[in-house]
Design a protein around this ligand. Structure first.
Ligand SMILES: [Zn+2]
Length: 146
């Protein structure tokens, strides 16, 4: 069964904006929201840009700044929202998980988004559940108002 994920339109726009501003390098952001139990719906309330600090090849790989991660993970939640996913961009590749993406240690997060700028004027966003030793499973992504 496809897990359904929704995100507010303004946060979706903010995500595309931020990642587009990182070109030609890969960019990444944390997805903060609610839900994500076993196949339950997931709502992304806000995104949190994270600097890509990969020491090399930032055009084709990303390492989220560990200081920003730490701050995020230990931030006291004020509204109950929590880290539910991560998004990163593929500046010129398709929105499909690379071998490195498939082997991410963040596979316990409910959702992984890949934003492809292969056609820069028309970025394509795909959401996946990354499963160790299994093909990534695509999730349905819905943009909602408010
Ligand atoms: Zn990737």
């Amino acid at each position: 069964m496809l897990q359904e994920i929704s995100i507010a339109a303004n946060e979706y726009a903010a995500l595309i904006d931020y990642l587009s501003g990182q070109l030609p390098y890969e960019g990444c952001a944390a997805l903060i929201g609610f839900g994500g139990g076993t196949d339950g719906p997931l709502h992304i309330l806000r995104i949190k840009p994270l600097a890509n600090v990969a020491p090399d090849n930032r055009r084709s790989r990303f390492v989220a700044d560990p200081r920003e991660w730490t701050k995020l993970l230990f931030a006291a939640p004020t509204d109950g929202a929590r880290l539910v996913g991560i998004a990163h961009s593929h500046p010129s590749a398709a929105p499909a998980p690379s071998a490195e993406d498939a082997g991410t240690l963040w596979h316990t997060l409910p959702t992984h988004w890949i934003v492809s700028f292969a056609a820069p004027a028309r970025p394509v966003v795909r959401a996946y559940q990354i499963r160790p030793c299994l093909p990534a499973r695509e999730q349905s992504l819905r943009i909602v108002n408010g």
